[in-house]
Design a protein around this ligand. Structure first.
Ligand code: SF4
Length: 325
């Protein structure tokens, strides 16, 4: 029988018209949203169950704005391009930028399509194949400096348990791997993804697991997520969160202070606050570095140090992140 989260994952909205209809947005309230059925690159995608988090008739809802297609995406700007980080793959599907860790794109698929995603043009073509996986494992086995593997994507946890188990089993056989980090958005979108079976798979890992969630606003947090985070914590899994600073969504110190407090309340520590990567079609989400610094200064007045995410930005072709604050 199909697991609940898989059913929820496949039951989704995939175009603007339906999203506008269900959320009862009126054209006069936001003429920027696309009201015609039109094939767009990187289609709208959001599971129906997650729509309950969006306030009806509110065109400014902070969740809606992350997933709805806005006509501003069609405007071209000079500094915004298709591959803003110019990621280099040493083996198809794998990046080895830092000495001690490699990042593997397990899949190009996600539970949602975030309109500002910096990998929206590249995640599908750059994700691994089974053949590349074997090459990647060989490479890691030979390279003793690598002690951490990062599963990224797309969203690695959209893969079913059988596949996750397969990948984890191979890593379990490499003694110098001490940490597996999983970057995922699905667990706040569909907390049911943290199934009993997935927890069992995690339990047999010889290495430490770190899960990095991607939550931008407190409205994305639910009771169900809280329950599932508890299960993960009982297995001594570390859970961190990264957010992207997004105009009209979370570019306000009160929203970010609230987010840090709410994350902490459910057992997640704020980790990074990223400046937007300049992917084409995303300028309407951009918050300048200066404004970001001002927001951070305010945040510092209201939060203990351990709840302040580090403000950071990635640089085109850069060797590492730049920490701003
Ligand atoms: S979940 Fe992550 S990888 Fe997928 S569209 Fe959103 S930002 Fe991009």
């Amino acid at each position: 029988m199909k697991e609940l989260w898989l059913k929820q994952l496949s039951n989704n909205i995939n175009n603007n018209i339906d999203l506008i209809k269900i959320t009862k947005i009126k054209q006069k309230d936001n003429p920027q949203f696309l009201y015609k059925k039109k094939n767009i690159f990187f289609n709208v995608k959001i599971p129906i169950i997650f729509l309950k988090k969006i306030e009806k008739k509110n065109p400014k809802d902070p969740i809606l704005l992350q997933f709805i297609f806005n006509k501003k995406e069609l405007i071209q700007y000079k500094k915004y391009n298709k591959n803003p980080l110019n990621e280099k793959f040493i083996i198809p599907g794998m990046i080895h930028k830092y000495k001690n860790r490699v990042l593997i794109l397990l899949t190009g698929i996600c539970a949602v399509h975030c309109r500002y995603c910096f990998r929206k043009n590249t995640k599908k073509i750059n994700s691994i194949t089974i053949c590349n996986w074997k090459i990647i494992i060989k490479y890691i086995k030979k390279n003793f400096e690598i002690n951490e593997i990062i599963f990224s994507g797309g969203d690695p946890l959209v893969l079913n348990d059988k596949k996750i188990n397969f990948f984890i089993n191979d890593i379990n056989k490499i003694p110098h791997i001490k940490i597996l980090r999983i970057h995922t958005r699905i667990i706040c979108i569909l907390p049911q993804r943290i199934s009993k079976n997935l927890l069992k798979i995690f339990s047999k890992c010889k290495f430490h697991i770190v899960i990095v969630t991607h939550i931008n606003h407190s409205n994305e947090i639910s009771e169900e997520l809280f329950e599932k985070i508890n299960f993960l914590k009982k297995r001594r899994i570390t859970i961190l969160n990264q957010s992207v600073l997004l105009k009209n969504i979370n570019d306000n110190y009160k929203i970010l202070v609230n987010l840090s407090n709410n994350l902490f309340n459910i057992g997640i520590l704020p980790y990074y606050l990223h400046l937007l990567d300049k992917i084409e079609g995303s300028k309407h989400f951009y918050v300048s570095e200066n404004k970001a610094k001002k927001i951070m200064k305010k945040i510092l007045l209201f939060l203990p140090g351990f709840l302040v995410p580090r403000l950071t930005k990635d640089i085109y072709g850069g060797k590492n992140k730049k920490f701003i604050i």
